[in-house]
Design a binder for this molecule. Structure first.
Ligand code: MN
Ligand code: MN
Length: 281
């Protein structure tokens, strides 16, 4: 009898601690979701959907099976305890060298991104956090919660030194205050050309935080706060073609909400988005 292997993303090796190479970690947290919960099911949906896909990326002529990829599974589930998730993640990375290990965190809701980012900010003193998102996520606080998904980039900005920087692309929703903030700090890339020019000039290490509502709801409906007028998968590939020559040190993909799209197509879409990100690392 042969036992079924532990389910990992696209044939990644199961591991229980951070390894040199690419590490996937799921955080099943949707404690502050304001509109429609469900992202706690996101991490496993990436893995399940990946079983229908090839490990070969035709866009980058790369088989991700040739890379050192480890899937650590999910953090213990404390769906409403942000502080406990912080502690668990800190424990996980305690002995890891983030200059040798790239962590891709799978959400879960966007608020959790500040947890991995906080460790990368300590590792790289000129880190650029590149946010792909429909929403600015710069609120001072939201629904009385400073750790809300709607405040995540504000919290990250507050944790930064003067050399570290936020760059935002795809934003098409925010309050007047958030737009004022983006304008005064120069964080918003209003179009592809602006982002392209920034990336051409920057040599800084990049952390990518991808909120899946960056994509248009016609392509990816399975997310809690859809916003019309978004980007396409083809544009994601064009972005990755530029990013592949950059130093990407870590990232996260958040806000996949499987219960919202009962066809499962959004899960497959998200798994392919992740495969292509891994292909350029
Ligand atoms: Mn968003
Ligand atoms: Mn977001």
């Amino acid at each position: 009898m042969e036992l079924e292997p532990v389910k990992t993303f696209l044939g990644a090796t199961a591991a229980n601690k951070i390894q040199p190479g690419i590490n996937l970690v799921g955080i099943c947290y949707d404690g502050t979701t304001s509109f429609r919960p469900g992202t706690r099911f996101g991490p496993d949906a990436f893995r399940d959907a990946s079983y229908g896909q090839e490990s070969f990326s035709p866009y980058f002529r790369t088989d991700i099976e040739d890379k050192k990829i480890y899937d650590l599974g999910n953090l213990p589930q404390f769906t409403s305890r942000f502080d406990r998730i912080q502690e668990c993640f800190a424990e996980l990375v305690k002995e890891a060298d983030l200059k040798k290990s790239k962590i891709i965190t799978l959400g879960g809701e966007h608020s959790l991104s500040q947890i991995p980012v906080s460790h990368y900010l300590k590792t790289y003193d000129d880190l650029v956090v590149l946010q792909f998102d429909a929403h600015a996520d710069l609120r001072e606080q939201y629904l009385d919660d400073p750790h809300s998904h709607a405040s995540v980039m504000r919290r990250i900005a507050e944790a930064m030194n003067e050399k570290q920087k936020i760059v935002q692309y795809g934003i098409r929703s925010g309050t007047k205050e958030e737009y004022n903030y983006m304008e005064s700090k120069g964080t918003l890339m209003p179009n592809f050309k602006a982002l392209y020019d920034f990336l051409q000039e920057s040599k800084a290490p990049l952390y990518i935080t991808l909120d899946l509502d960056f994509f248009d709801p016609s392509e990816l409906p399975g997310t809690g706060t859809p916003e019309a007028g978004g980007h396409s998968f083809k544009e994601w590939i064009e972005l990755l073609k530029i990013l592949k020559d950059k130093t990407i040190v870590g990232g996260d993909i958040v806000e996949l909400s499987p219960p919202i799209d009962s066809t499962g197509n959004s899960n497959s879409f998200a798994a392919k988005v992740l495969r292509e990100l891994i292909a350029i690392l």
